[in-house]
Design a protein around this ligand. Sequence first.
Ligand code: BT5
Length: 332
Amino acid sequence: MSSLKSNHLEILKLLRDRTGSFVSGEALAEKIGISRPGVWKHINRLKQMGYEVQSRPGLGYMLMAIPDSLADGEIVHNLGTKWLAHSYHYLTTIGSTNDYALKLAAEGAPHGAVVVAEQQTKGRGRLKREWMSFPNRGIYLSMLLRDLLPTRVAPQTSFIGSLAMVKMLREAFGIGASIKWPNDVLIRGRKVAGILTETQSDQDFSRFIVVGIGINVNHGREEMEGPFRYPATSIAIETGSVVMRQKVLLEFLGRFEHEYERFLQAGLPALLPEIEQCSEMIGKTITVVYGDRQIVGKAEGISAEGALLLLREDGAREQVWAGDVMHIEGGF
Ligand code: BT5
């Protein structure tokens, strides 16, 4: 972090601590150890970033409004996590946050490091599908996990992402959401978030895991018209009003950390009842598409290792490890 950067964040923190009051330029200069013109320069930088700061001769500066930016200044000071996102990498534009996190991992970034971007130019889904990443509307997030997990267990972290997301939507926004196995979160049958988990593994253990999640937050209806494989929606469409992405991100990170710790302690089976409860397809007839194959059957549950348990139309039972659920009896 450059000193220029940390000085303006320091000023922001001092103004935030005194929200609703003026703080004199002299007090700011003294606390940070810079000159009065230096304070003025940093205030201007904050204004360029979208912060509304009122200046009054003789009184100083007062913070009036904050932008809905996911920059460090808005997130890091407000984190309620023990370890997640304490190493926070914020980018205005990047190809893919997952690619960036994989690179950071190779360079030795710590467990819990997080990459967040305002925009992706090459956002990815599974099988190199595109993830539409409109600037400043959504959240494009990748989390680096370094716990030593057996190779077959590592991909199960996708479920932690979808469970945390469903709980966040319910508890923080009062929105009912569901998990569409294996990696989507839906509201009223429309996709609001997708998860892409990538691991680097040796034969037996994963060396690290990157859990990437794209969340549609303030997208309008036209932007969500697609063309997508599956109908899409955003939190704003569902609540009928623009929401602060900062709140979405902070609420999500806290819940992800909590669910991940439960998963580490007790494994996926301990979380399965909740995951199945959030998966509206359980007990219904569904169609899963996997490559050229199309399997129709009744979804009976999710196995202790994350496979979808299907009772096929021909009466045989099958564990499905990957694919897309494209149709469900009676809709989601
Ligand atoms: C996913 O793949 O749903 C995983 C998406 C993960 C995106 C995050 S963003 C942060 C991190 N960095 C990355 O580069 N990726 C992760 P999949 O199940 O394969 O679904 C992809 C399909 O969803 C596409 O083929 C489209 O049809 C559809 N889609 C694309 N963008 C969408 C959007 N914004 N909302 C809803 N559906 C979308």
